[in-house]
Design a binder for this molecule. Structure first.
Ligand SMILES: CC(C)(COP(=O)(O)OP(=O)(O)OC[C@H]1O[C@@H](n2cnc3c(N)ncnc32)[C@H](O)[C@@H]1OP(=O)(O)O)[C@@H](O)C(=O)NCCC(=O)NCCS
Length: 438
């Protein structure tokens, strides 16, 4: 089975054994307690409350993300690359997330080819985007494009025809692969429409997923293509509880198709405490340079950080809802910068922030994680290669996130996961409950 180059056939083989596994877990351990729910958890955004099944990745607060048990450095080592020793191909990560197995080059090439064969976007999608003012936020235009793609949903058609529930995963797979294949085209269209007078660059079928995405945006340098492969790979998935992943999963639990579910996820990603932070980081770094120049001293930088905090704002790119250490997605981007652009002044500023910000956030006394996250780094890399439009950055994150969210959605349907419906309570209910249990 491991050498079969067809992803769909591999999944077909894997699904029955995973269904059995879930059934056994339910029947043998269904009543095992996973912890206590406290009032703090209910009031605190459900932090620390284990409540979701998410197969594709798992986050450790100290170590960071593992994609199907592989850390980011392990993925960089084991997943096929476009060139020897190069960054992993995102298609390889898609395969890994879906199957739990590291693909060989032939399997990844077959998947690249399949994605290319699905990469045609109907005209009405461009028209839907064109109906918005060019000044609309890139994420709004992107989400609009995804909604317009929904018209082609195979899941919706199959459901209307009365498909048996044991087969739900098949049209979900079809929709997911088509969506993943078409997103770079929609995303590049939004970029070229807003920033390049609408001059669209056609796809290049000789390129892989990440390389072609960079090409359609207008960047053909081999280093930018490598950056895009790395970028798309590391932003795919971050277990299930983050806003975009959870939203996608929640909406899909109502049997909304992958397009509807992913469009909802994108709207969550567009929030400044989540995906929009990458935009905020570069804008903030540029504001530092504007005010203090590129050769800012450590003391000036400290003052600027305090000024940001004292004006009631967060320092973008630092902190995390779950992580309690430097994000490995930050570290691999730092490695990339050290290899390809060590002298870039903005990279040097990012390095200085790595030294200056954590002690200040620690001094505040309330920040649970003073360390940098993924968003603290991505902007300066993109900026270095000429993708300077920070407002667009979250769209890149969105393209990548489709790979994680859709992989899990396929498993949601394959495993027959139910409608999500947690219990909510009022403050009055909590007060009465606490009085009774005192
Ligand atoms: C990511 C983030 C939303 C996590 O939120 P969280 O889980 O509530 O974080 P904490 O529990 O550490 O927050 C405790 C307090 O510290 C503050 N804090 C956390 N990170 C901070 C930061 N980078 N700068 C300033 N204050 C911060 C919070 O705003 C909160 O303050 P409050 O009690 O006055 O409301 C938060 O760290 C943040 O806003 N970071 C900046 C935005 C960002 O980089 N987002 C991308 C995440 S990948």
């Amino acid at each position: 089975m491991s050498s079969n180059p067809d992803l769909h056939s591999q999944l077909k083989e894997l699904i029955p054994e995973q269904q059995e596994r879930l059934k056994k877990l339910k029947s043998e351990h269904g009543k095992v307690q996973l912890g206590n729910i406290t009032v703090d958890m209910v009031l605190g955004g459900m932090r620390g409350m284990t409540g979701l099944l998410w197969e594709t990745s798992l986050l450790d607060a100290e170590e960071g993300i593992r994609f199907r048990n592989l850390s980011i450095p392990e993925c960089q080592k084991k997943l096929p690359a476009a060139k020897p020793g190069g960054e992993p191909l995102p298609e390889g990560l898609l395969w890994l997330l879906l199957t739990g197995k590291v693909p060989n080059k032939e399997q990844v090439d077959a998947l690249s080819k399949e994605l290319r064969s699905r990469a045609t976007v109907p005209d009405h999608v461009y028209k839907a985007i064109d109906a918005l003012p060019v000044s609309a936020h890139p994420m709004t235009q992107f989400a609009m494009g995804v909604m317009a793609l929904q018209v082609q949903s195979e899941f919706q058609k199959a459901y209307e025809k009365g498909i048996h529930k044991s087969k739900y995963w098949e049209p979900t797979y079809e929709d997911s692969l088509s969506l993943i294949a078409q997103l770079p085209i929609v995303a590049a269209y939004v970029y070229r429409r807003i920033y390049k007078n609408g001059q669209v660059i056609p796809k290049d079928d000789s390129l892989d997923y990440g390389g072609n995405f960079a090409h359609m945006l207008g960047f053909d340098s081999p280093d930018m293509q490598e950056l895009m492969r790395l970028y798309v790979t590391i932003h795919t998935d971050h277990e299930g509880g983050n806003v975009s992943a959870h939203t996608g999963h929640l909406v899909a639990s109502a049997l909304s198709d992958p397009y509807l579910s992913f469009a909802a996820a994108l709207n969550g990603l567009a929030g400044p405490l989540h995906g929009l932070a990458n935009q905020e980081v570069l804008l903030w770094i540029k504001s530092v340079v504007e005010e203090c120049g590129e050769n800012i001293t450590t003391d000036q930088l400290k003052d600027y950080v305090w000024k940001t905090l004292n004006s009631g704002k967060v320092v973008p790119g630092f902190g995390h809802g779950v992580l309690r250490n430097t994000d490995p997605r930050y570290l691999c981007q730092r490695e990339f910068a050290l290899k390809h652009l060590p002298d870039d002044p903005l990279f040097q500023l990012v390095s200085k922030l790595f030294e200056v910000v954590p002690p200040i956030l620690t001094e505040l006394g309330k920040v649970k994680n003073p360390w940098p996250n993924v968003d603290a780094h991505s902007g300066v890399l993109l900026n270095h290669y000429g993708l300077t439009e920070a407002r667009y950055y979250t769209v890149l994150f969105g393209v990548s996130r489709s790979i994680g969210i859709c992989s899990q959605l396929i498993w949601d349907r394959a495993l027959g996961l139910p409608l999500e419906r947690p219990k909510s309570v009022t403050m009055e209910w909590l007060e009465n409950y606490c009085k009774k249990s005192a």
